[in-house]
Design a protein around this ligand. Structure first.
Ligand code: IPE
Ligand code: IPE
Ligand code: MG
Length: 285
């Protein structure tokens, strides 16, 4: 199966599993949660987790609860990110954002609900006894990635950003905190569940960090191209605006090379990882 077919098939599995987790109840909060999650996200993080796990021989059923939990956390972060008191975005994935559809109170609660549910799913994930330590470690890693030293710290740096005299290092730090941790933990958790060695897990962490930074830069390039000249957007931290079009594309390529090198160093070969790297590179000169 080629990478495109493989990922399409896995995305179908992830979407189905997410729908099952969220179908449980008919309440306004669940409706807002379903609206925010089941609407065509790329599922990049859970796909990365599945690919990483399967690369080391883990079965899909073992990996799915972890993959879905990370996707729920990602979706909570997007609901909150769009709120008027944060980025104030009216649209997400081509539809009204959650608070536009349900109001800010339900959107806030739906975000909180997704975050808590993610940890409920993680704690309940059926994992063989031999993997219990791995499971504990992954839950700790996911909590740290989404917590006040990871994503939350990044969102605060993003919100408190002063555009007067930004340095590239400041913008990198924001991306390293708000975006890279969930991508890094997706890459490493799959490997851990597949029984990868510590050195291999470290390689995957390095790979995930570079990939995460590249992912945010790619998003920044797209935002910058779309919003050039917009007054509101110019106050938001954006690496592409700081670097300019040519240097940002060069920087993206450097990051993707570093991501690939992290794998080569440990002789980790995966067609799917290569495909992820190429996907972030295509369409840019
Ligand atoms: C958007 O993430 C926010 C960033 C971290 C850049 P995605 O690009 O993964 O969004 P969806 O889930 O596919 O909509
Ligand atoms: C998304 O960041 C939020 C997180 C990474 C937690 P951005 O604000 O850069 O992404 P978009 O442009 O809203 O998707
Ligand atoms: Mg935003």
């Amino acid at each position: 199966m080629n990478p495109e077919e493989y990922l399409k098939q896995k995305k179908g599995r992830i979407d189905k599993a997410l729908a099952l987790y969220l179908q449980a109840e008919n309440s306004p909060v669940f409706e807002a949660m379903r609206y925010a999650v089941l609407n065509g996200g790329k599922r990049f993080r859970p796909l990365l987790l599945l690919a990483s796990g399967q690369n080391f021989g883990a079965a899909e059923e073992l990996l799915l609860p972890y993959a879905c939990s990370i996707e729920l956390i990602h979706n909570y972060s997007l609901i909150h990110d769009d709120l008027p008191l944060m980025d104030n975005d009216d649209f997400r994935r081509g539809r009204p954002s959650c608070h536009k559809q349900f109001g800010p109170t339900l959107a806030l609660l739906a975000g909180n609900g997704l975050l808590s549910m993610a940890f409920e799913i993680l704690a309940g994930a059926s994992t063989p006894a031999s993997n219990h330590q791995v499971k504990e470690r992954i839950i700790e890693d996911i909590a740290a990635a989404s917590g006040p030293r990871g994503l939350i710290a990044g969102q605060w740096l993003d919100m408190s950003f002063k555009p007067d005299n930004p340095q590239l290092a400041d913008l990198q730090e924001i991306a390293l905190k708000k975006t890279a941790p969930l991508i890094k933990v997706s890459a490493s958790s799959g490997a851990r569940l597949g029984g990868a060695s510590l050195a291999e897990v470290e390689a995957l962490e390095k790979f995930g960090t570079f990939l995460g930074l590249a992912f945010q830069l790619r998003d920044d390039i797209a935002d910058f191209n779309q919003d050039r000249g917009s007054f509101r957007r110019s106050s938001l931290p954006n690496m592409a605006r700081w670097l300019g079009p040519t240097a940002s594309v060069q920087y993206l390529k450097d990051l993707l090379d570093k991501a690939a090198d992290s794998l080569k160093e440990y002789n980790i070969k995966s067609e799917i990882f290569g495909f992820f790297i190429n996907q972030l590179d295509i369409g840019l000169k």
